[in-house]
Ligand binder design. Structure first.
Ligand code: SAH
Length: 473
């Protein structure tokens, strides 16, 4: 180990930096998080530094450093991005007794600044002794993802709970409390608390958690209705990942891709309640019962739904089943198929001067093909994302043309949006049913009415239907 990691107390102590450009800015942003007295020497400082000086966040001296300028400084940063000037200022600072760092020059530095994950008062410092900055950044990104965003708040408030938590029996019960506090119910309790009175609000929210542990009550069950996105695991939210990682039971639809199910905790019970368009399926009331049964047994349940759970996801029926029994639930949004499909074809769902609103439609509902305000949709420039629209294509085409929609209105079908087997079918209202039939699509498909793939836009009205549109983008 060539560098020994320590945390230096900087409150009220002097830190000096020479430099006024980008390197100086980067270091100052970090240093301003501390309570150090910062002095910057720079003959021509960047405007940000001038503004920070005016705001009283640091002292700015607009000239080059001279002997004696670093007197009593604990740390010195040479950030002039000029080897000669850096060597000169370092010599001054060392003579004045400061430990020195030369930015981007490991060899000449007496100390280096690590990559930092900041959940003040919890700070994680990552160093590779300059060997692998890329690795340090990857570790940092990984930790940023893992550690709850409000970990700092939990830690600050946690100090106040330390004494009270000592009333829990030593060992397992106390460990369970802290693990729950930092990684399960705790983050959930402080999620969304505003910064202004964060600590009081968090303390109140966390009191209940402690009393429950003190009373040795079982952790109550909970169901999170989680959006799994359109299929690409990278389109999952961080919240979804964390919940999957902590789930006791995962109840999922058929559309969820295997790569996403892989992310669930190894011990989790996986229940497929797959439902398909017109095919056989577990009934909604069976699903409701299944959720209620597991939550009542105390499980942390993830009810995983494709896309966003609030879009054609039968969310309300399940929420009502849960609330009717007084059970706790939360909803975690996901990326809906419409968002993934337009992203694929390089278009927006809304666009200035084309459409100021967009409709999310379903091709069929419980009674069969679904009816909509066809006259409104038939007007030029309208856009709709039609879910479950493949089988209803002929019906939709008929209704829209009857209400005067132009036969050459662009329509794009995106099958398996965001997945490896994604396909794009550029079509028009006139040819939609025939094009869909010819394409033999088996996967979930979203029909984008009123939108052509960006690259094919100019070629309208006869768009290529050979699935090449996507590659041309
Ligand atoms: N809650 C989901 C929609 C469920 S309804 C969401 O927000 O996306 C199921 C329909 O969604 C499918 O019939 C299909 O029209 C659409 N769909 C879901 N995933 C899709 C995908 N990856 N690509 C294209 N369409 C998809």
């Amino acid at each position: 180990m060539q560098h020994f990691p320590i945390f230096v107390a900087l409150a009220g102590r002097r830190v000096v930096l020479s430099g006024g450009g980008d390197a100086a800015l980067a270091k100052l942003r970090l240093l301003m998080k501390t309570e150090a007295h910062l002095t910057v020497f720079a003959p021509s400082p960047a405007p940000e530094i001038v503004a920070w000086a005016e705001a009283g966040r640091l002292r700015l001296v607009e000239r080059a450093m001279e002997p004696g300028d670093a007197t009593c400084a604990v740390l010195f940063y040479a950030a002039d991005e000029n080897a000669e000037e850096d060597a000169r200022t370092v010599a001054i600072a060392r003579a004045d007794g400061a430990l020195t760092n030369t930015v981007d020059n490991l060899g000449d530095s007496q100390f280096i600044t690590p990559a930092i994950v900041d959940r003040d008062p919890v700070t994680v410092a990552i160093g590779t002794e300059g060997a692998a900055p890329v690795l340090a950044r990857a570790i940092k990104a990984d930790l940023e993802e893992r550690l709850p965003a409000r970990l700092g708040l939990l830690a600050r408030v946690g100090k106040a709970f330390r004494k009270a938590a000592d009333a829990l029996p030593f060992g397992r019960p106390r460990r369970d409390f802290w693990s729950d506090y930092y990684f399960a119910d705790g983050p959930r309790a402080v999620d969304g608390i505003e910064d202004a009175d964060a600590e009081d609000a968090a303390r109140a929210a966390l009191d209940g958690l402690l009393s429950r542990h003190l009373a040795a009550e079982e952790r109550p069950g909970h169901v999170a209705f989680v959006g799994a996105g359109p299929g690409d695991p990278e389109l999952l939210t961080l919240k979804a990942r964390k919940l999957l990682d902590a789930a006791d039971v995962v109840i999922h639809d058929r559309l969820i891709s295997p790569e996403i199910l892989e992310l669930a905790r190894r011990e989790a019970e996986m229940l497929d309640v797959g439902k398909q368009g017109f095919g056989p399926s577990a009934s909604q009331s069976d699903i409701n019962e299944l959720i209620v049964k597991h939550v009542e047994a105390g499980a942390q349940v993830v009810r995983l739904k494709s896309g966003d759970p609030t879009v054609f996801g039968r969310l309300d029926e399940e929420v009502e089943a849960v609330t009717a029994r007084g059970l706790s639930y939360s909803v975690v949004p996901g990326i809906t198929a419409a968002s993934a499909a337009v992203a694929t074809i390089g278009q927006s769902l809304t666009k200035r001067e084309r459409n100021a609103s967009v409709r999310l439609l379903t091709g069929h509902d419980m009674k069969g093909f679904a009816d909509h305000d066809w006259a409104a949709l038939a007007r030029p420039g309208e856009v709709a994302a039609i879910y479950m629209g493949k089988k209803a294509a002929r019906f939709i085409q008929g209704r829209l043309m009857m209400h005067g929609a132009a036969p050459d209105t662009p329509v794009t079908v995106v099958e398996n949006a965001s997945r490896a087997d994604q396909r794009v079918l550029g079509s028009t209202l006139a040819t939609l049913p025939a094009d869909i039939a010819a394409a033999e699509m088996n996967g979930p498909a979203l029909v984008l009415y009123g939108l052509a793939p960006r690259a094919a836009e100019t070629a309208l009205p006869s768009i290529d239907t050979s699935f090449k549109a996507q590659e041309a983008l």
